[in-house]
Design a protein around this ligand. Structure first.
Ligand code: ADP
Ligand code: ZN
Length: 620
């Protein structure tokens, strides 16, 4: 047993190096590969960019028969198959983008043993032709990508995923089943294990932490200017700006275009040709900036995205982490910035309220789904208002716990805060809410306590209340933060309509009776300038490579060569080599085959195709 496992280890490492060009497995990958090779089912819960594909592609090449990968996204299949072919692995895909003749041909080739890995769309699983193929072929493994699609509690339930279960049951010999997802709430996890019928699976939650990503939440009343300034400061970099509506996408796209930035856009309102063209402009770096709705990005594996800006708050942490996670897939430093305004919450609630209308769901099912969505939305909101480490917050959400409280690479960890005991202010807030009998939202409560005399407050006659001006000497922003803290702790609840009226919950007595103290982090100064400095330092020190001008020039030269080859081959540049691989070339300066093969991301096949040209470029 020991020997087999050592032998497996040796062989899998060899394939990792030879085919994919990597020296070692990332955390979690090795265990997953080993389980699969031992015939044990696995459920890998890993965030976007953590390297799920390697987890099933390496064993797929070692197993005797064929691996079927069920994947919901055509663009993703295309990318994966392209990458595999580049690495010298024979793979194919079967989906609705192919004609019947093409499908027949692919399945015929598969029968003849041409492919080790076949990607297939879930709708295709029960077609006669496909069934005939799997019943007669030697299927070693079924891999289910984006496995959360099988759960009704996930963000994108796909009924056709249920077909996978039937397929597995029908096969003459049960293959090993491996499932992967980036979603990790408990219900979804349980659903995947139960519905897919995983056999005492090795469940690996791993690698949610993306150390190279800097996270920031900015409470902003000037989002347009923020976006523009940011892009101006990062002119040479590729980035994504996500908006919640098509209208926002169009507006920002037009204003950035006016500024002369190389920008394109993507949303479901554009024709499919235009979407395709724009997506390619982005991927091929002809237009390295894209403004898009969340319709964009599924299956996009562009590794050199240096920033992801959210113009609007997404509906849940799962979506946010996935979208933000499209930054920095090459492992180099990248930034994820969320521009928050309270308005975003209202818009999202509206969307949730109207979600699922005219679908096959029954009313009570819909009610449950909405309830779940609202719960997730609240968690997203707390992310935007917490003063604690943003990374820690998200890791906890996904069920991972880190040891440190201070990651040093998020806007909260690098800001300068002071602990402020606001228990007294909170008592007054609770008093004021009581006095208003739940008729007002946060802004009126804050204005009342501060004793403001504007027209709106006057029309409510709040100046007659005892609480009017009770906190006249406190900074209104601090009162507001205290209100947010109370909402987050569920001492105060908000109505779920657009008015967001505040009410005290039963927990309020804990505070009024002095049983609980409330301490919040209060930013000492508008620390942005300072934070900026700190960040630059952080960014430098976390880079393995802090290039001087000569090295920058070399890197640019290699990028140029990559772009040239990409054009010749009609491939996206990052499929030829990632930025990280180019950086590694700049550091290692390989001058022969052996040295080139030591560069991260250079496998045998890629060496044969491009190695020599890069060595020559490095020599010059
Ligand atoms: P996921 O499917 O989890 O979103 P991918 O499988 O696309 O992520 O991998 C993300 C990136 O990480 C890819 O560029 C991939 O080549 C790279 N990668 C994966 N595993 C390793 C490894 N062991 N060493 C170095 N790079 C890796
Ligand atoms: Zn942090």
């Amino acid at each position: 047993m020991e020997n087999i496992s050592n032998e497996n280890k040796r062989q899998s490492l060899q394939i990792l190096k030879k085919v994919f060009g990597y020296d070692s497995f990332r955390k979690g990958q090795e265990e997953i590969v080993e389980s699969i090779l031992n015939g044990q089912d696995v459920l890998g819960i890993m965030p976007t960019g953590a390297g799920k594909s390697i987890c099933y592609q390496v064993p797929a090449l070692m197993l005797k028969g064929i691996t079927i990968v069920v994947s919901p996204l055509i663009s993703l299949m295309l990318d994966q198959v392209k990458s595999l072919n580049e690495a010298g692995v024979h793979a194919a895909y079967i989906n609705s983008a192919l004609t019947e003749t093409q499908i027949s041909k692919a399945l015929y080739n598969a029968m003849c043993g041409q492919y080790k890995i076949i990607y297939v769309a879930p709708e295709r699983l029960e077609t006669n032709r496909f069934l005939e193929f799997v019943m007669n072929a030697d299927i070693s493994m079924i891999t289910v990508d984006e496995a959360h699609c099988i759960s009704q509690w996930g963000q994108d339930f796909r009924p056709s995923y249920l077909k996978i279960v039937n397929l597995i049951k029908r096969l003459p010999k049960r293959p090993v089943v491996s499932a992967f997802t980036a979603t990790a709430t408990r219900t979804v996890k349980e659903d995947i294990v139960c519905i897919l019928g995983l056999n005492s699976p090795n469940v690996m939650v791993t690698g949610f932490d993306r150390k190279n990503l800097y996270f920031e939440v900015r409470h902003s009343g000037t989002k347009d200017a923020d976006v523009e300034n940011y892009i101006r400061k990062h002119q040479t970099e590729s980035g994504i700006i996500y908006c919640s509506t098509r209208k926002n996408v169009d507006n920002i796209y037009l204003s950035l275009k006016k500024c002369g930035f190389p920008v394109t856009r993507y949303h479901a309102g554009l024709s499919s040709e235009e979407r395709k063209e724009n997506q390619e402009d982005f991927i091929y770096d002809r237009k390295p900036i894209i403004v898009a709705t969340n319709a964009f990005g599924m299956g996009i594996d562009k590794s050199n995205v240096r920033y992801v800006i959210h113009y609007n708050m997404p509906q849940c942490i799962e979506n946010y982490y996935q979208e933000a996670g499209r930054a920095g897939r090459d492992g180099e430093p990248a930034e994820c910035i969320l521009l928050y305004s309270a308005q975003d919450v209202v818009i999202n609630e509206f969307l949730i309220e109207h979600k699922g209308e005219n679908t096959e769901f029954a009313e009570d099912e819909l009610a449950l789904i909405r309830e779940n969505d609202i719960r997730r939305l609240n968690k997203m909101r707390y992310y935007c208002t917490t003063k604690n480490c943003l990374r820690e917050y998200m890791l906890n959400y996904f069920g991972e716990y880190s040891t440190s409280q201070d990651c040093g690479n998020c806007s909260n960890c690098i800001a300068v805060y002071e602990d402020r005991n606001v228990t007294d202010i909170c008592k007054r807030i609770i008093y004021c809410i009581n006095e208003c009998r739940g008729r007002y939202g946060a802004n009126v409560i804050v204005g009342t306590l501060h004793g403001d005399r504007n027209a709106k407050l006057r029309s409510y006659n709040v100046d007659r209340l005892t609480s009017f001006g009770m906190c006249h000497d406190v900074n209104p922003a601090l009162i507001k933060s205290a209100v947010e803290e109370l909402v987050m702790r569920e001492v105060v609840s908000e109505t779920q309509d657009m008015y967001r009226l505040l009410r005290n919950t039963s927990q309020a007595v804990e505070i009024t009776e002095g049983k609980t103290q409330i301490v919040i982090k209060w930013s000492l100064q508008k620390a942005e300038a300072k934070a900026d400095k700190l960040r630059t330092r952080q960014k430098k020190s976390s880079m393995a490579f802090s290039p001087d001008t000569a090295e920058m020039a070399l890197f640019e030269k290699l990028r140029g060569l990559r772009l040239k080859i990409a054009k010749e081959e009609n491939m996206p540049p990052y499929i030829i080599f990632s930025d990280k691989t180019l950086v590694d070339m700049c550091v290692k300066r390989p001058s022969n085959r052996d040295e080139m093969l030591r560069v991260a991301g250079v496998g045998e096949n890629k060496y044969q195709r491009y190695g020599q040209r890069f060595i020559e470029a490095l020599k010059e």
